[in-house]
Design a protein around this ligand. Structure first.
Ligand code: XMP
Length: 519
């Protein structure tokens, strides 16, 4: 539990809301009662909120200095930063310029509050609302970041676990605000997230309220996100849920059988497998451009899914049911939400998230029960629900499947060569115990023919590329330093077991500039 000391800011309750959303309990107390309340409830962390006053005014609201000596981590926000500055012996005075709204913050030093920060995140937009500034830092505090007008816009004493930021991380407009609060809760205060039964109960309540007695459909890919979303929905609405897995023919080798076994037999989900391999191959015939491939796959998926889903929602096809609302369950998670937001001037790199979801114009109300969760939280919940490990730790797989791993036109023959090669890559990575450490590991059919020599004979065959990467946030990635022996086994097996292939190459490109997928 976290104690928030309320200095009267408009956003105090927003801080509370964000923390609760992150699965941690809160209590809000007044400054004059803070010390006694904290001694009683022994929270894992303390947050000093913003407030409208000046810390050096005669009626300034301050807090007992002993709050900082209890060994409990403290985060001061805006006015809370000034309270820390004032109470711990720094100097606060009126700034030359008022700063309200959006401004740029530059991170200057590493600190746990901003840990996990990639280099390109060091300058970002924050939301400010203040007039005063801490002009002299208290003893022991290190300056962590500045804005153009505020030198000490974030400071910290990491040994005492006291942190302060001038901006408002709880406000939506502050970029990475949620990440900062997460770091405070889970890395600094070492809070335990309510990802257990309470979080599950919360999601189920949400589903009950939003679906009630209506029917819902879900498109499953076999990945953890859509599987968990469907599983929880099934627990709430039972036979009113119908799940579809569309076999596009673009899945990995043996994947359809594996998904059927996992979802139907192990998790007991009401699953229909729709064989649409021919539809997809037909739609992809002659297509070379990656974006065109995505577009065609997306359209085909929608057509197939809609056909199947409507059969479930309107079985009797009577006019009476036409007004019924169709509900679609999607496994969207928090990074998907961020990635699809984009900005007005940002380039469209790839048409992501186009598959597996039907646009609202198709008349579906979309429900996304996992929208606020990160991948690790989804995995944690799945663990608690005792999902099979092969579902929990399954590598991420793109919606358009192997179509974006066959460079050039997609044909059945190329897909077959790719699938056999890909299986070897994954098998060897698993054998080496590297599967869970790796974000993705896969093969690419490059479409480049090269010369080889097999049994003293010249052979003109295919080139397969291997890509193995490490990533935390999907936005950036580094190539995995796979041991040479593992690479050697992969290469040897592919060139002997997949007779069409004569050459294997390893992709050593980071993202950026290269994306994870080749197309
Ligand atoms: P990139 O290649 O953009 O991939 O670095 C980042 C992550 O997204 C997956 N990916 C896709 N997912 N539709 C999807 O739903 C797509 O069109 C798509 N393209 C890439 C990719 O596998 C990686 O995990």
């Amino acid at each position: 539990m976290i104690t928030i000391i309320d200095f009267g800011s408009q956003t105090t309750h927003l801080i509370g809301r964000r923390i609760r959303d992150l699965g941690v309990g809160i209590e809000i107390v007044l400054p004059q009662h803070a010390l006694a309340a904290i001694k009683k409830s022994r929270p894992k962390g303390i947050i000093l909120s913003g407030g409208p006053a000046s810390v050096y005014g005669r009626k300034a609201l301050l807090v007992d200095k002993r709050v900082f000596g209890l060994g409990i981590p403290v985060l001061g926000i805006c006015y809370g930063l000034e309270v820390i500055g004032q109470v711990l012996g720094g100097q606060v005075s009126s700034g030359k310029r008022k700063e309200y709204g959006r401004t740029n913050f530059t991170l200057k030093k590493d600190c746990l509050l901003f840990s996990g920060w990639e280099k390109n995140k060091n300058r970002f937009t924050v939301w400010m609302s203040h007039f005063d500034q801490v002009v002299v830092l208290p003893k022991g505090m290190m300056n962590v970041g500045s804005t153009d007008t505020v030198k000490h816009a974030a400071f910290a004493d990491e040994t005492k676990k006291i942190y302060a930021v001038m901006f408002h991380p709880e406000v939506y407009h502050t970029q990475y605000g949620l990440d900062i609060l997460r770091n405070f809760l889970f890395k600094i205060c070492r809070e335990n997230q309510k990802v257990g039964q309470e979080k599950i109960a919360e999601i189920k309540d949400y589903l009950q309220i939003n679906i009630g007695t209506k029917k819902a459909v879900c498109a499953l890919s076999g990945g953890i996100d859509s599987t968990l979303a469907a599983y929880l929905t099934h627990e709430v609405i039972g036979k009113n849920l119908s799940c579809f897995y569309v076999d596009t023919g673009l899945m990995r080798k043996g994947e359809t059988e594996e998904v059927r076994n996992n979802l139907k037999n192990k998790l007991k989900l009401p699953l229909s497998v729709v064989d649409a391999k021919k539809d997809f191959l037909k739609a992809l015939k002659g297509v070379i451009d990656p974006e065109e491939k995505r577009k065609r796959i997306g359209e085909t998926f929608i057509r197939v899914f809609e056909r199947e889903a409507l059969r479930f929602v309107y079985p009797e096809r009577s006019r009476r049911t036409q007004g019924k609302q169709k509900i679609l369950i999607q496994g969207t998670i928090y990074p998907d939400v961020i990635e699809s937001q984009g900005t007005k001037h940002s380039h469209k790199i790839k048409t992501h998230h186009n598959v597996g979801g039907l646009p609202e114009k198709h008349g579906f109300k979309i429900i996304e029960p996992l929208r606020t969760l990160y991948k690790d939280e989804v995995r944690e919940i799945a663990k608690q629900l005792k999902f099979p490990e092969e579902i929990i730790y399954r590598h991420v797989f793109p919606g358009p499947g192997l179509a974006v791993r066959v460079i050039g036109e997609v044909t059945e023959k190329k897909l077959d060569i790719l699938k056999r090669s890909d299986t070897i890559v994954v098998e060897e990575i698993k054998k080496a115990g590297l599967y869970e450490k790796t974000w993705m590991a896969f093969a690419i059919f490059t479409g480049i023919k090269t010369t080889g020599v097999v049994g003293d004979e010249r052979k003109y065959g295919e080139t397969i590329a291997i890509r193995a990467i490490e990533s935390k946030d999907t936005m950036t990635a580094d190539w995995s330093r796979l041991p040479y022996e593992v690479l050697q086994r992969i290469s040897e097996r592919i060139t002997t077991e997949v007779f069409e292939v004569v050459r294997v190459v390893y992709d050593i490109t980071t993202k950026p500039p290269g994306t994870m997928e080749w197309e």
